[in-house]
Structure formats: C-alpha cells, structure tokens
Design a protein around this ligand. Structure first.
Ligand SMILES: [Zn+2]
Length: 129
C-alpha cells in the first residue's frame, strides 16, 4: 500500500516529482488554471514563496508573503470544486483548502480568478466564501 506522503500535496494520486514539481521547480508553465491552482497550493505547503510570487499577476502581487514565519500552518488538503473556463485566457477555480494552526482546524473556501498572458497562467485574486 502506498504511503500518503508519496502523493503530491495537491491531492493528485501521484508523487510530487511527477505532479507539481515540474511547475514549482522545473520552469514548466502550468497548462491550465487548475494545474496552476494545484501547484500554488503545493507551493504553500512547501513554503516556495518565490513560485507563489512569480505566478501572482503583477497587478495584484504582494511584495512578500512571509511564509517563513508561517511554519505553524499545517496544510491538510485541497479539494477543487469547480474549474470554469470563461474564455481561452480567463478561468475561475473554486477550491477548499483545509489547514491547522496551533491545533485548530480552518477551512479556506475561495473562488480564484486566473488569467493567461504570453502562455503563462497567473493567479489574480479571489472571493472568499
Ligand atoms: Zn500536485
């Protein structure tokens, strides 16, 4: 039986190296908004702040995320609820991410907007449920 940690943090039933790693660490652009969403969730779990900032649209990108100070966040899982392609270069991905901070469970439910420019998808912003 496969151990849980052989699976990618994004929830796909394949190892990180065969899933999000090629986007997070391999310079390969995520082919869809959903793939970008998954890889960004994975990047949060691995504290890959550079990748999160690179894939954040310049118009809404924060200067930093301070992830190094957030090591108390334990990410528990991602569930993609909806992937809506509005046109070739705009999409909405609705998701629920579960995490714990200091033993308390939280749930982040967001509908995120993504845009593709010059072949690369970017996270723009999102509406919290
Ligand atoms: Zn993945």
């Amino acid at each position: 039986m496969a151990k849980l940690n052989e699976y990618c943090p994004c929830g796909n039933a394949k190892p990180y190296t065969a899933c999000c790693a090629r986007y997070v660490e391999g310079n390969e652009p995520a082919p869809t908004a959903e793939a970008l969403m998954r890889s960004r969730y994975t990047a949060y779990t691995l504290l890959k702040e550079d990748y999160l900032l690179e894939t954040w649209h310049p118009t809404t990108r924060p200067t930093s995320l301070g992830l190094a100070e957030e090591v108390t966040t334990k990410w528990l899982g991602l569930e993609i609820k909806r992937h809506e392609k509005q046109d070739a270069d705009h999409a909405i991905v609705e998701f629920v991410a579960r995490y714990k901070v200091k033993g308390r469970a939280h749930r982040l439910h967001e509908a995120s907007r993504f845009v593709r420019e010059a072949g690369q998808w970017f996270y723009v912003d999102g509406d919290l449920d």
